[in-house]
Design a protein around this ligand. Sequence first.
Ligand SMILES: Nc1ncnc2c1ncn2[C@@H]1O[C@H](COP(=O)(O)OP(=O)(O)OP(=O)(O)O)[C@@H](O)[C@H]1O
Ligand SMILES: [Mg+2]
Length: 579
Amino acid sequence: MSIRRLPPELINRIAAGEVVERPASALKELVENSLDAGARQVAVRLHAGGLELVEVTDDGSGMAPDEMRLALERHATSKLPENAIDRVTSFGFRGEALPSIASVARLTIESRVRGADGWRIEIDHGEPVGEGPAALPPGTRIWVEGLFDKVPARRKFLRSPRAEYAACLDAVKRLAMARSDVGFTLDHDGRRILTLLPTDAPARVAELLSHELDRHGVGIDCTRDGLRLTGVIGLPTFNRGMADQQYLFVNSRPVKDRLLVGALRAAYRDLIARDRHPIAALFLDVPLDEVDVNVHPAKTEVRFRDPSAVRGLIVGGLRHALDDESGRSAAREQAAAPVMWTTSESYQAQPTLAVGGSVVREQQAAFEPMGFVPAARAEPAIEPVPSYPLGVARGQVAATYIVAEAEDGLVIVDQHAAHERLVLERMRAAREGGAIARQALLIPEVVELDEPDCDRLEGAAADLADMGLEIERFGPGSILVRSVPAALGKTNAAALVADLAAEIAELGGPISLRDKLDLVAATIACHGSVRAGRILSVAEMNALLREMEVTPRSGQCNHGRPTWVKLGHGEIEKLFGRK
Ligand SMILES: Nc1ncnc2c1ncn2[C@@H]1O[C@H](COP(=O)(O)OP(=O)(O)OP(=O)(O)O)[C@@H](O)[C@H]1O
Ligand SMILES: [Mg+2]
């Protein structure tokens, strides 16, 4: 066996495999370099989702020609102060990104230091192919063409231009949130997608995250043991079908760190269903010696000296903020039967039943504004109880629960969960029996969404039409809704369509959608259901109970929680010490 040194191009290519996986990772490295160079303005241009072109122009420090040549050498960096790898404040620190990218694409750098002339260097798959003077304003422009064109092993992992574009957009958003003081533009295939003026962090986050966070967000600002956490998180009721709106930063560096994601998840545990995800933009600031940034090839994970302190701060801080807002958010699920029953003493001290009411009213406002009369109405129990398994409705509590009297006990039904199930089963039955009835909107509704979301919906339009939801592309960032499934009744088309886009993204696109119609139908059903917070008449309540009795699988809502609980006579007697 003979050992030989690998040639530098091969070493670079191996490193490239770790640093650049796809256009979005090259883009991330280039924008990070611009920010490290002190840019006030960063312009990104993409063609075909970055597969054909990724270009980043900045007004930063620029490089002199010999610095440019050095920048393309492996492990050449201007950024490590006295080689102090434990005190890194810049995005870059390894001198790895540029040579890696240059080894797997055609890369051109133009750069100019203020007061000097500009220079250009071209590299083709690691080979210098030319250099010379260039005319440009002070700063740097780097463009990358044909990434992985000559590296088939890598090329085959690339996805469609649309998918690559979505990843690029995400990368720009993350860095733009990390550095709200810098202006950004993003152009894709000649179209301006983003224009972000320099601003402060809350304004930048509001611009890039769901606008609805104005109403459905909770501000975070807490400090513990020298760690500081700031940002904004969504109310539990304002969640997503996928974890795509979670932006986490450590010392202004965007990360996708498992510890942080886990802590976020833990803070919402028992506040949202397992298959839903919170929205968050969280900025963690920790002393430099508390965190090691050099643990991941794409620099997206970090290692904390004291992970439990970080976790504690996040879980505690978020939990506290959410508790303070509990009047606005959904009450914690007490889904697991047997129910906790409030005794008359504790009821006076803490009117728990009222909480649910105030809670859902807020939620309701977002969907269908209507007058709300807080009321726990009761029907006089005059008629004898016929032998319906779910009994006869006696009243509604907190505009959320139906209380019914059955022969063998007291039944409590979660009206939203129950109705959601019924709508789903109705849609299923209708689909089996042919087409689903649709209801045309008098005025088609225009829904504004991210471009990738629109792409996904457009791709699934035919399948959605089969389910009664007719949509049409209406410009790059909007979708026109022409009809909704009739089973839904009055519904908020915007919220429905946004949720569906997330759902489709998670299911992996239109190809597999046909197989997953049930899941999509469930999302639709949720929107069509009687909201908690809506006052029902006794007749409506009884109709719901009767339909539940004859509908398969009606004991569980579409998220797996029970739709009703029964308290047997024996159990009631026990509560009062009669047994
Ligand atoms: N846009 C730019 N403006 C000015 N200098 C730049 C720019 N991009 C790169 N450089 C210079 O080129 C060097 C190499 O960049 P490269 O991204 O390869 O490494 P790095 O940023 O030092 O570390 P890392 O590999 O962690 O990103 C940088 O240290 C910097 O001096
Ligand atoms: Mg770099």
